[in-house]
Design a protein around this ligand. Sequence first.
Ligand code: AMP
Length: 428
Amino acid sequence: MTFKDLGLATPILKALQEEGYTNPTPIQEQAIPILLKGKDLLGVAQTGTGKTAAFGIPILHHLYERISLRQNKRKIKALVVTPTRELAIQIGESFTAYGRHTGLRSTVIFGGVKQGKQVNALRNGIDILVATPGRLLDLMNQGYITFRDLEFVVLDEADQMLDMGFIHDIKKIIAALPPKRQSLFFSATMPKSIVELSRKMLGDFERVTIKPEQATAEKVEQGVYFVSKGNKPKLLIHLLQQRPDDSVLVFSRTKHGANKIVKKLAQDDIRSAAIHGNKSQAARQKALGAFKDGKLKVLVATDIAARGIDVEELSMVVNYDLPNVSETYVHRIGRTGRASASGIALSFCMSEERPYLRDIEKLIKQEVPRLGEHPFMEDAQEEEPTTQRRPQQRSRNANRNRSSSSNYRGQNNKNRNRNKGNRSRGRD
Ligand code: AMP
């Protein structure tokens, strides 16, 4: 299927062609026809699947088709609410890109910066508003935003918004929406609280589910090193020194841990920056900007700060700490393997993290290849829980480590071949 087959307006097709998109991704293929029919949508999908275009394109199409009906000043006709500033900026960029030939205007509002510029943009009139919940409510309360003309509303990354404590803000925003509207609701996971929230927001809806494990298994080469806590910095430095030209995103479970990694790397003359909730918005944007431009090769991030980061040439993700929530692993490794479709995700696993690894493997329904060889192996073996292990288990594991190491190389080739064939298919 091509975008042409979806019956989209010519200016949008032209923009998609300029973006280099030829075929819709699975979520686009399924969601766009539903949305063009005017139905509500529940999308169970994570960032990296192409979901921004899945909702952005049909909204632009509808608004463009009705453009002649528009009178005088532009009024907000579409609203996208998303949890973080980084995501809001990225979504805003997508609307600008896909809508560049439509004459439609969008703006992005988020907290942590002065409101003056954002208020001016709203006063000048816009068609599409992308917002984080806090700043949106704030400007609504100050009377700068009305939803009288709103036709489309998107709640993006709903599970993350709830995790971040936005539930009350979200409920207030939903309460302020006009009843006659097309509603879109996206979440990577669907716990009970999210199902309840989606019921509040959606009318007669259709559901599209893109399973994270599909995205993961298809695209990203994975591997895990068993390494002691004390040797994690050394192993990271070793890996980074082997790939000085690659853009690498390193995940740390804590903000403090992220800062510590940056310091350790600096001791070996590896320049990096940390992004997390304790950093100012300006510092986060600066670090992210330098990383996206390729001026900064290593970015160390916590999960909340990094979710949704979309860097085209991201070569590698390192899970410096394994996450205790398995879905987070999938979110993390989904950051790579997009544009070039040959991403690598390496994980460091110390003995306390082995249960997390088991949970992850259960979720993704595959074994993460063991990468046997690294210069700090001996210490890692000390970390193995040898006391409870029977001798034959030990030898079986040792064998598995060896064969998995060659597996990894085998998988490299397999992926490379597959990627050749897939290159034209897109980079979600
Ligand atoms: P998202 O899941 O919306 O964050 O999108 C992930 C990445 O996929 C972004 O870099 C998009 O520019 C890219 N992308 C989205 N749709 C397509 C497509 N149909 N073909 C190629 N790339 C795409």
